[in-house]
Structure formats: C-alpha cells, structure tokens
Design a protein around this ligand. Structure first.
Ligand SMILES: [Zn+2]
Length: 168
C-alpha cells in the first residue's frame, strides 16, 4: 500500500501580536480535542514558558471572556495546511486553528510541535530558517524550541536571549 507522507504547512497571518504587559495569557482549548490531546496542546504553550525562563505564562481557562485569550480550535482545512493563527479585531486575543487531520496518526505525532509553532506567531514571531520551531513547515521544523527561536522571541519581547535556558 502506498503511504502518503503529509506535507504540513504552518500558516499564519504573520501579524505581530500586540504585546501583553502582564505576560500572562489565558488558553482556551476546544472540547473537540480529547483530554490527552488537550494536554499535548497545552504542553505546546508551556514549552515557550520553559524555553524563555518564564518570560510568558499560559493559564488554561474555560471562560471565553478572559483577557489576552489564545483559543485553539479544530477546523476543516486543506490537506497541506496544518495550522493557522490570527489575531482578533482588537488584537488582545488570538485564535489558532488546527486542521482536523491532526487527529490522524501521521499528523498526530506533530501536534505539540505544531502548537508551539502557532503560539510563536501569536506571540508576534515570523518564520525563520531550518531546524527551528518557527521554520515554515514540518520538514524544516524542529520538535523543540531552539536558541534561534528564543533569540527572535527576545527581539520582540525585549529580553536577553543569552541568559535563557535553551541558549546555554
Ligand atoms: Zn507559520
């Protein structure tokens, strides 16, 4: 049987997120994801807290009116598209749409990586070169956040990347 290898393209509005001074974000994850998937998705957020030594924090919530809210939804999307991130009209919140295909085994294993990539966009980051979370697709991406990712983060968020855990 011919095995199809999915080409996962991460897409974004590439519109910089308006900086949140409290650096605390609410995270609303759709019930369309199983509890285990929801945990993997949340891990994709927490990866940014760990890699940046706590420059940003993410707290799960069921309240859609939470300020600075990042919402994760499952959505029917074209096959070559894995995720899409866009900010709300007032830019105090953002939505991350994840392709329903991510629930299939071949895509599923990339769920956390995909979410970390999309969260990077929500934090105002653009695509960078191969071997990093913020590379444009799964083939050039990296399963974990790298020093280059954090370097870009610190440019937007005004911190010293050299002091951060992943850059040691
Ligand atoms: Zn992207």
């Amino acid at each position: 049987m011919k095995k199809l290898i999915p080409v996962l393209i991460f897409l974004c509005s590439c519109e910089a997120w308006v900086k949140n001074d409290s650096r605390l974000y609410g995270v609303y994850i759709s019930d369309d994801f199983s509890p285990q998937e929801q945990q993997e998705i949340y891990d994709g957020f927490v990866a940014w807290s760990i890699a940046t030594d706590g420059e940003v924090f993410f707290e799960r919530t069921n309240n859609k009116n939470t300020p600075n809210l990042l919402t994760v939804n499952l959505k029917q999307m074209p096959d070559d598209l894995a995720g899409f991130t866009y900010t709300g009209p007032n830019s105090t919140n953002a939505t991350i749409d994840i392709n329903v295909k991510v629930l299939e085994p071949d895509w599923r294993k990339n769920l956390k990586q995909l979410v970390s990539h999309e969260v990077g966009h929500a934090l105002g980051l653009n695509h960078i070169g191969p071997g990093n979370i913020m590379c444009k697709d799964i083939a050039c991406g990296n399963p974990k956040l790298t020093c280059e990712d954090v370097k870009q983060f610190c440019k937007v968020w005004d911190c010293d990347y050299k002091t951060k855990y992943v850059c040691q």
